[in-house]
Design a protein around this ligand. Structure first.
Ligand code: COA
Length: 260
């Protein structure tokens, strides 16, 4: 599939999605959200792809937020639909992919940009990155899951402060609060993410998909995460990956997972 606002490349089982509107600091307009949905879906369905990395083009921004020019005139109904549709198409969609998604935060990750990074399974930032949810400075609140995921990642008090002040945190502060897992020099960001991705590609993609479901279950209302873990654990025993992984261990060789 070809895209107007994003680039999708594949290398060694790793798909890299680059949001490519650098003149608008990669702001998420409707078309880009639709394209991101399609690209994540395309990568997730491709059995050769084991990890997805998402980043922004240019040196300045990962994503500087939802495209403000598109919603500045919206009414209550339109605003509600904007959040609901975005959450379904992109943010919840990414969180629930069975293929791991890593956000490589290469600059400003603000509003919808930070929300996209937080919907990914984990985050790595370059040391020039700045992160925040500045929505209250525009008279609105984060609507793409930011109020929920930021609290889950950094705790309620830190989330409240960042949201209320509409401030930004730098990469090292994001590291110490658990918002990102690692900080690198800008030129090391993608190679570092690819290195982690390479480690993931060696493991069972069936088991990794099951682990994502079980971990996510901890954050879903009305779902017992321990029950989901039991179910997903049991399901793994029916996979070819499980047979290969356990046989390889017992035969003292490296596993070659079929991914089913
Ligand atoms: N929506 C739409 N356009 C955006 C945007 C957004 N979220 N963020 C940046 N842009 C556009 C700017 O309007 C500008 O376009 P122009 O050249 O056509 O005027 C271009 O991207 C460059 O941004 P600019 O503001 O000139 O860069 P800067 O270096 O001075 O400031 C930021 C960088 C990130 C601090 C600033 O762009 C900003 O505050 N953006 C909005 C952040 C935000 O509130 N996000 C949450 C949205 S819900």
């Amino acid at each position: 599939m070809s895209y107007a606002n994003i680039l999708l490349e594949e290398n060694n089982g790793i798909a890299t999605i680059t949001i490519n509107r650098p003149k608008k600091l990669n702001a998420l307009n409707k078309e880009t959200i639709n394209e991101l949905h399609d690209a994540f879906k395309e990568a997730d369905l491709d059995k050769n792809i084991k990890v997805i990395i998402v980043t922004g083009s240019g040196k300045k921004a990962f994503v500087a937020g939802a495209d403000i020019s598109e919603f500045a005139h919206f009414n209550v109904d339109e605003g509600t639909k904007l959040a609901a549709r975005g959450q379904e198409l992109l943010f919840n969609f990414v969180e629930n992919l069975s293929t791991p998604a890593i956000a490589a935060i290469n600059g400003f990750a603000l509003g919808g940009g930070l929300e996209l990074a937080m919907a990914c399974h984990f985050r790595v930032a370059s040391d020039n990155a700045k992160m925040g949810l500045p929505e209250v400075s525009l008279g609105v609140i984060p609507g793409y899951g930011g109020t929920q995921r930021l609290s889950q990642l950094v705790g309620k008090g830190r989330a409240m402060e960042l949201i209320m002040t509409a401030g930004m945190v730098d990469a090292n502060s994001a590291l110490s609060s658990g918002l990102v897992n690692h900080v690198t020099a800008p030129e090391e960001l993608l190679p570092f993410c690819e290195k982690i991705a390479g480690k993931i590609t060696r493991n069972s993609s069936v088991a990794i998909g099951a682990a994502i479901k079980a971990v996510n279950a901890n954050f879903k209302d009305g779902v017992n995460g321990f029950d989901i873990e039991i179910q997903e654990f049991g399901n793994c025993f029916g996979s070819e990956d499980f047979t290969e992984g356990t046989n390889a261990f017992l035969e003292k060789r490296k596993a070659n997972f079929p991914g089913k």
